[in-house]
Design a protein around this ligand. Sequence first.
Ligand SMILES: [Zn+2]
Length: 243
Amino acid sequence: MINRMNDKAIDQTADQLLATGFKESHLDRIARASFLIVGSTSLAMACAGVLVASGARRITIVDKSLAALTRLSDSFLQNTPVQSKEQIVRFQLLQNLDDSDNALAKLAAQADLVLDCSSDWQDKLSLSDLCMELHRPLVHQAGHALRFHLYSMMPGQSACLRCLMERLGIEDAIQDPSSEYYFVPAIGLLASAMVLAATKIVSRYGVNQANEIFCFDALSGESEVLRGFDPSSDCPDCGRLNR
Ligand SMILES: [Zn+2]
């Protein structure tokens, strides 16, 4: 059920209407869209906060760790200044985050878009498989300390995460699932970039480059956009949707 925006929420989101070409209809699509956040990391909390401030009203955060999910839930409910936040953001514990977990598949099928806030590469790859299978956009990120990359995977238009990793030559990243953590100020930067991509996709505002990956090094200040990550014709995941 969609929660009616209260006055405070309207104040928070109304300034977006000042952006060129951004209309009430875009804001309405954001409010009606269902966002699924996978992983109960600090990044997940930051994404949820920016989503709420952007006008999102249907957010579900899932994880397989009860302790991490409880910490996130307590912290989010204390720090997010929205009166009806309890009805906007739901927290749900799952047994697994791999594609054999029917609960995750059901939630992803109900969502309009999935945000990858996991720090585990096996979970990221499973999420890519699931989103390709269900034809759901996935806003993916990965990184370490002050560096990150951001990739909006649009099934039918984008390479899957397995093909992306192969083309980037970073298959080895999966060998060390504990290596991913972020410098605190970089978390807010990445969360805002992820939510910007997510809200543009669900509201159909502006241009979404489905075959680009954005790489940023906050330490050096250098950024790079790599292009050409189209579906692979011989891939059973991304290639299947492009035939
Ligand atoms: Zn692929």
